[in-house]
Ligand binder design. Structure first.
Ligand SMILES: [Zn+2]
Length: 383
């Protein structure tokens, strides 16, 4: 069994963007409660760790001083200067009190995950509150204030020195634009984002031709997939395009954003994965991540996200989770008289025509990546 850390603190719930906001703190709280109820924190190979708030110098690795100051202003009772310029005051990113500390805690948790792995205390660490991949250097976006994943990668680069190679694998339904942007000209960080096609989904970016610039050319990888993409189509594309690149890069660390909003029940997206497909993708990453930092991310159906992340954590810890949801949590997941299961027991109803269109699109995008990106990594475009 693998040595693994679970990073959690009750103060994660302070990352609360309001009662009608889809980014509900219960997503993370219920994940913790379900993982605990499944006895996954009791193994001798599991380290439970409470996160500290990230120091300013860590946040400044990615964010500008002006932006950090703006994020802090409401906490100090001052109005934020030019909120629109910093991406605030929208329904996605409202201005809330306590925003700086709540965001710095999420970043602190991802840094702690990175440190535990880099120190060799564990070989994998999971921060379910992390994965705020849309935050830019000086702008909040898509529910994200501080980009904890980019901060953790920058922190690892600083502490491990030049030449350390980090692969970032983002399976959230939305493009991991903030992380890509932070390392766009860098060849030591390979960013890979698999997401729903930007034509239909926020933030509208992430195409195969966006492959990095300067020294980083060929080290930003984008695999868009069509609405209605199923487990089978997703896994095929992931194995054909992502795995060869990940293996060719030979990273020292893998940082993965495990957003669960590709699920067919997710209210914000149009993908059609089940927990079986999600867990199989996590397995593909696990097999290639001897040193692994994983975070949560998107996922907005409260009956799905805790199950998906519990399954992911069980895979990280290399233990078999129970088939049924423990009685103490069952009421949160029950949709019929049957005892609720950890895995989905139903699949989405999708017409063969839509599946075939999604498959065709995936084949096209995999072909694009083979032609545009594979040659940078010594892989043949025809493989
Ligand atoms: Zn998302």
């Amino acid at each position: 069994m693998r040595q693994v850390a679970f990073i959690y603190g009750p103060r994660f719930k302070e990352y609360d963007l309001g009662p009608s906001h889809p980014m509900r703190p219960a997503r993370v709280e219920r994940t913790y409660e379900l993982i605990r109820a499944c006895h996954l924190l009791e193994g001798e190979n599991v380290l439970f760790s409470s996160p500290p708030v990230a120091e300013e110098s860590r946040i400044a690795l990615i964010h500008s001083p002006e932006y950090m100051e703006a994020v802090r202003s409401p906490d100090e009772g001052r109005p934020m200067p030019t909120p629109a310029e910093f991406g605030f005051g929208t329904s996605d990113n409202p201005i809330i009190r306590g925003m700086y500390d709540a965001s710095a805690l999420v970043a602190g948790a991802s840094i702690q995950a990175a440190d535990l792995v880099a120190d060799g205390k564990v070989s994998a660490a999971f921060n379910p509150a992390g994965g705020l991949h849309h935050a830019h250097r000086a702008r909040a976006a898509g529910f994200c204030v501080f980009n904890d994943v980019a901060i953790a990668i920058a922190h690892l680069r600083e502490r491990c020195g030049d030449g350390v190679k980090i692969a970032y694998v983002d399976i959230d339904a939305h493009h991991g634009d903030g992380v890509q942007e932070a390392f766009y000209d860098c060849r030591d960080v390979l960013t890979i984002s698999v997401h729903e096609w930007g034509r239909y989904l926020f933030p509208g970016t992430g195409y195969p031709e966006d492959l990095g610039e300067g020294e980083g050319e060929g080290f930003s990888v984008n695999l868009p997939l069509a609405p209605y993409t199923t487990d089978e189509v997703y896994l095929w594309a992931f194995r054909e395009a992502v795995i060869p690149l990940l293996e060719a890069f030979e990273p020292d660390f893998v940082v993965s954003q495990l957003g669960a909003d590709t699920h067919f029940r997710d209210p914000l997206t149009h993908m059609n994965l089940t927990t079986h497909g999600f867990a199989a993708v996590v397995d593909e990453i696990a097999a290639r991540a001897p040193r692994w930092i994983a975070t949560g991310g998107g996922g907005y159906d409260l009956t799905v996200v805790p199950r998906a992340w519990t399954l992911a954590f069980a895979r990280m810890a290399e233990v078999e989770p129970p088939e049924l949801i423990p009685e103490s949590q069952a009421h949160l997941y029950r949709s019929s008289n049957d005892p609720p299961r950890l895995h989905d027991d139903e699949a989405p109803a999708v017409s063969e025509k839509k599946i075939s269109a999604a498959r065709h699109f995936a084949e096209e995008m995999v072909g694009e990546l083979r032609g545009r990106v594979f040659p940078y990594h010594g892989l043949s475009a025809g493989e």
